[in-house]
Design a protein around this ligand. Structure first.
Ligand code: GDP
Length: 686
């Protein structure tokens, strides 16, 4: 297991993640032709639509070999609309290589993915790509990692030259210099040649190596003593300490190269093996005993019972439903019965595959630390735990944000209606941030997701993969309701019409909670004013009412409801009557508690040439936005702002025409905020 690396390449879109992955696959001997993203031949981007858009949307897990190591690459998408995909992959990674652009350095989404990696404490190293580009600047990129990401980057390489004269790298750990073969040298297999450290770089190398040793020594007491005593530190000691510091997240080693020209990729792979963690190096997983609720350790070894987390479900046109698993403990043979402890159901593991993007290999067994795709798990979804029934454990699931935008969708031809629904269900299975439902009132099919682009991509996939052409309506905001004060109310459901009547009566208190707190229910009844069997129905009635909304018809969130009193009738009381009473009571309580409408607020970053700054800010101002900060030079400015989702529809097009296509933007859902007084009705109607 110490020779397994589960890693991902994470980056801002266009930094070169796909190209890097391509080259890695080439060197690991699994692809025989180097793909080129611009020609649309990459192996990882096998979905045809991704090829056209040039962005990787869905993660695929790919296994490759390097110097006796098994490197499992979890492909992560770069666009923030697909941030759920990034989160889900980070959850199962042991380490990551963050790819940066040598010219732009830290870009808006680099910050987003960095933050996400921090959240899951993923050890990482940085690869400064595109060293061949005009304006490439290794040191500036490293500085930006310090200032913008507040990280502790430590170069373990220096580039020899830059831009068109980028010709080699210096390995600061080993103190060796290498030059790359010429671009047209077809027989070289891109293998670099060792040379003496160029004389004009000797001083610089000394300074940077000193910096490396000092930074590493700071993380290791015995090394620090040696360093202070000026005793020699061996290469082995340095590497061990650097590895430890990287795994502890105290140091981020920085490397460089150009993936497009296939320079620096092999050294990067070496560093992945040398410094990124194996499954044994990361803190052991813990899970819960589904029966007792107690915590269980899940040690990463093959002697403990089998457990795995499903992190991705895909429908493959050839083999059907594929469930990607990260195995945390134990091993299991293909064909074995397994247990889905999240759902409490028995399943059977059919065939087990290791994936090489669109080419697959069958394996007889999967073991701890590995990643594989299983066929035959029918009712297992993203976030579920698969284990053995006798030693069941539930691993921490993956949390996804609720969708914030929705559109109505209908097939272009009526006969496709059924096919449309089937296909949407399949897509929703794969993507937990995509939901579909039928509007009770209008009968329309509504699909919801994390942004306009997210939904557009799904409609495209419908057309290409499922041959369903569909029309979509205007995007609509998923608003929420909440309350701003406390109140109390009664709910009575009493019917006395001849024979058997209905009797339910509750007294409720409601109070606002902080954002993201969700719904809380407390039963404060003492002394049996309401018999115990009717408490759950009351709660169910309250929940139902909250879900359908009270004032504007959107779900009510972040409230606490307490059941404080009530009464019952020995004959006429029923579950149904108390459910109704709960629902009536909570609606009344909400109406009295100063209800407000909440809207999703997006965090947006716009990068624009300085000359358009005025126009861009003016336009943002008209969109009820709040500018949080600006930085950059006269040439390029980065604006960070919060803008209500309702004001962002069509923003990509607007920005393009404002800046002649020279600005770029990215946004993601950030939080819910109260809609300003006076416009709630107008917004909801729109
Ligand atoms: P991703 O969006 O992060 O997956 O980035 P891609 O791998 O798709 O690369 C984006 C663009 O940058 C493509 O046009 C690549 O050909 C180009 N590119 C990638 N690596 C390099 C590089 O090292 N040098 C140069 N000059 N271009 C590169």
């Amino acid at each position: 297991m110490d020779k397994i690396r589960n890693i991902g390449f994470i980056a801002h879109i266009d930094a070169g993640k796909t190209t890097v992955t391509e080259r890695v696959l080439y060197f690991s001997g699994r692809t025989h032709k180097i793909g080129n993203i611009d020609e649309g031949t990459t192996v990882m981007d096998w979905m045809s639509q991704e090829k056209e858009r040039g962005i990787t949307i869905t993660s695929a897990a790919t296994t490759c070999e390097w110097n006796g190591y098994d490197i499992n690459i979890i492909d992560t998408p770069g666009h923030v609309d697909f941030t759920a995909e990034v989160e889900r992959s980070l959850r199962v990674l042991d380490g990551a290589v963050v790819v940066f652009e040598s010219v732009a350095g830290v870009q808006p989404q680099s910050e987003t993915v960095w933050r996400q990696a921090n959240k899951y404490r993923v050890p990482r190293m940085c690869f400064i790509n595109k060293m061949d580009r005009l304006g490439a600047n290794f040191k500036r990129a490293v500085d930006m990692i310090t200032t913008r990401l507040k990280a502790n980057p430590v170069p373990i390489q220096l580039p020899i030259g830059a831009e068109s004269s980028f010709s080699g790298i210096i390995d600061l750990v080993e103190e060796k210099a290498f030059v790359f073969p010429e671009d047209d040298d077809k027989d070289s297999n891109y293998t670099p040649t060792e040379i003496d450290i160029p004389s004009d770089m000797v001083e610089e190398v000394k300074t940077y190596r000193e910096n490396l040793i000092e930074k590493v020594a700071e993380t290791d007491d015995s090394l620090m003593n040696k360093y202070l005593e000026e005793e020699p530190i061996s290469l082995e000691e340095l590497k061990v300490a650097l590895r430890k510091a990287t795994i502890n997240n105290t140091i981020v080693p920085v490397l460089c190269g150009t993936a497009l020209k296939t320079k620096g990729v092999q050294a990067m792979l070496d560093a992945v093996c040398d410094y990124l963690p194996s499954p044994l190096d990361v803190p052991a997983m813990t899970g819960l005993d589904p029966k007792s609720g107690g915590e269980i350790d899940v040690p990463a070894n093959n002697d403990s019972p089998f457990s795995a987390l499903a992190f991705k479900v895909m429908t493959d046109p050839h083999v059907g439903r594929l469930v990607y698993l990260r195995v945390y403990s134990g091993n299991i043979k293909a064909g074995s019965p397994v247990y889905n402890s999240t759902k409490g159901i028995k399943e059977r593991l059919g065939r087990v595959l290791t994936m090489h993007a669109n080419h697959r290999e069958e394996t007889a067994e999967v073991s701890a630390g590995s990643i594989a795709a299983a066929i035959g798990l029918k009712n297992t979804f993203t976030g579920d735990t698969i284990c053995v029934e006798g030693s069941a454990v539930v691993l921490e699931s993956i949390s996804f944000p609720e969708p914030v935008v929705s559109v109505a969708i209908e097939p272009k031809t009526r006969i496709d209606q059924e096919k449309l629904i089937d296909s949407l269900i399949k897509l929703a299975e794969e993507d937990p941030t995509f939901q579909i439902k039928v509007d009770d009132e209008t009968g329309q099919t509504i699909m919801s997701g994390m942004g306009e682009l997210h939904l557009e991509v799904l409609v495209e996939r419908l057309r290409r993969e499922f041959q369903v052409d569909a029309n979509i309506g205007k995007p609509r905001v998923s608003f929420r309701e909440t309350i701003t004060s406390s109140s109390t109310a009664e709910g009575r459901f009493v019917r006395q019409t001849g024979g058997h009547g209905q009797y339910g009566h509750v007294e409720l208190e409601i109070e606002p909670l902080e954002r993201n707190a969700g719904f809380q229910f407390q039963n404060k009844i003492m002394g049996g004013a309401i018999p115990r069997e009717f408490i759950n129905p009351v709660q169910a009635g309250i929940k139902e009412a909250l879900e359908t909304g009270v004032t504007f018809g959107y779900p009510v969130i972040d409230v606490k409801v307490s059941l404080v009193d009530g009464s019952h009738h020995p004959v006429d009381s029923s579950e149904m009557a108390f459910k109704m009473a709960g629902s009536i009571g909570v609606k009344e309580a909400i109406r009295k508690a100063k209800p407000v409408l909440l809207e999703p607020i997006m965090a947006i970053e716009v990068v624009t040439p300085g000359e358009y700054l005025g126009e861009v800010l003016g336009d943002l101002g008209g969109r009820r936005s709040r500018v949080e900060g600006m930085e950059g030079t006269d040439e390029m400015q980065t604006i960070k702002a919060f803008v209500p989702l309702a004001e962002t529809f069509g923003y990509t097009t607007a920005l393009r025409s404002l800046t002649q296509g020279r600005a770029s933007q990215s946004m993601e859902f950030h939080h819910y905020e109260e809609v300003p007084q006076g416009i709630a009705g107008e917004l909801v109607n729109a």
